[in-house]
Design a protein. Structure first.
Length: 141
């Protein structure tokens, strides 16, 4: 019985930390659609539109290979309507010229943009995915 429980916990542990492997665009699209909701979209050139549902949670349109990605885990803190919940913030920072935009606001390009996940586990998974997506398109293009 103890061996069975150990094997079960081990398999759960490995699946929770499994690496995201993107072998082709179909893989990339399946992961993308599973992580990002609503109007978010990914095309086969690496143009990535992520709409987190509001301007405060983030909307970015960017070619994924044109940015560096950063992840920040924020703890509960004052500053929102009352207290800001814990969250993962993913920053898209342009490597060269301004390359990030929010198409719902205007057509201006910015040096950076952010999206936020209030589900910490999903936010970390999304960051891992975006890093792998960038690497996939860097090799493909």
């Amino acid at each position: 019985m103890k061996k069975l429980i150990f094997l079960l916990l081990t398999s759960i542990s490995f699946s929770a930390t499994a690496q995201i492997n993107i072998n082709d665009f179909d893989d990339a699209k399946i992961y993308f659609d599973g992580l990002f909701d609503g109007q978010s979209n990914l095309d086969d050139y690496g143009n990535t539109y992520i709409d987190m549902g509001s301007a405060s949670a983030g909307r970015v349109f960017v070619r994924i290979t044109d940015v560096d990605l950063y992840q920040e885990e924020r703890k509960e803190e004052p500053g929102c309507a009352d207290i800001c919940s814990p969250r993962i913030i993913i920053t898209f920072k342009c490597k060269k010229s301004n390359c990030v935009r929010d198409p719902l606001i205007n057509n201006d390009f910015y040096e950076s943009g952010v999206i936020a996940f209030y589900d910490i586990k999903k936010g970390k998974k999304a960051f891992e995915y975006l890093i792998n997506l960038k690497e996939f398109f860097r090799k493909e293009i």
